[in-house]
Design a protein around this ligand. Structure first.
Ligand code: GTP
Ligand code: MG
Length: 192
């Protein structure tokens, strides 16, 4: 278990990235899929990362130092319908620039709300990760909201949207409520 996770800074442009070089594990995906909650849940903290039931909470890149070993990096969500067009473009630009600019991204957790089908933007994000040679896990999140047959359906849909991916290797299921999947995530993180 991690002993000393600390908030480091909020970044609004790629020029402000922390000077100290550490492996960066990024949290990405649509707005409201549970990226910030996932960070708290992995770290056993209630409020380290700011969360909200209103989409669009995280509007900048937030850095958390995990026991001096690596950074967890909370990215703004995309596809938040109620944000203005210019705001959405600004967040998308920040995320795109960051992913192609930072040399320290060691891996990505790409979260998808398991209740909804992946979107075009999820497919684009996955392509961008592959293009930049960033190892990733797609997390089907909030599975506490699904019954068994809905979970089967969600897995089938994910396989349809990402036909080149292998469910065993590239996906995990998760719930911050029940902690399903937490051991697998901690195992993935243990390599850093
Ligand atoms: N049932 C359930 N709710 C969850 C889970 N994870 C997150 N939530 C809820 O989903 C909502 C959004 O969570 P956030 O963690 O703020 O989502 P985010 O992806 O960081 O959103 P942005 O910052 O807008 O990009 C909150 O109301 C959370 O309580 C989960 O595993 N299960
Ligand atoms: Mg957030």
């Amino acid at each position: 278990m991690y002993k000393n996770p600390r908030f480091i800074k909020s970044v609004y442009s790629v020029k402000e990235l922390p000077a100290e070089q550490k492996p960066e594990i990024i949290l990405c995906g649509r707005s409201n899929v549970g990226k910030s909650t996932f960070i708290n849940s992995i770290l056993n903290r209630r409020n380290l990362a700011k969360t909200s039931s209103t989409p669009g909470k995280t509007r900048c890149i937030n850095y958390y130092d995990i026991d001096g070993r690596f950074y967890l990096v909370d990215l703004p969500g995309y596809g938040y319908a109620k944000a203005s067009e210019s705001e959405r473009l600004k967040w998308a630009k920040l995320v795109n620039e960051f992913i192609s600019y930072s040399k320290n991204i060691a891996m990505a957790f790409h979260l998808i709300d398991s209740r909804h089908n992946p979107t075009y933007l999820d497919v684009k994000l996955n392509q961008m990760l592959i293009l930049n040679e960033i190892p990733f896990k797609i997390i089907l999140n909030k599975i506490d909201k699904l019954n068994q047959s809905e979970l089967v359906h969600a897995k089938r849909k994910a396989a349809e949207f990402f036909p080149e991916l292998n469910f065993q290797d590239d996906f995990l299921i998760y719930s911050s409520v029940t902690k399903t999947g937490k051991n697998q995530v901690l195992k993935v993180l243990s390599q850093f």
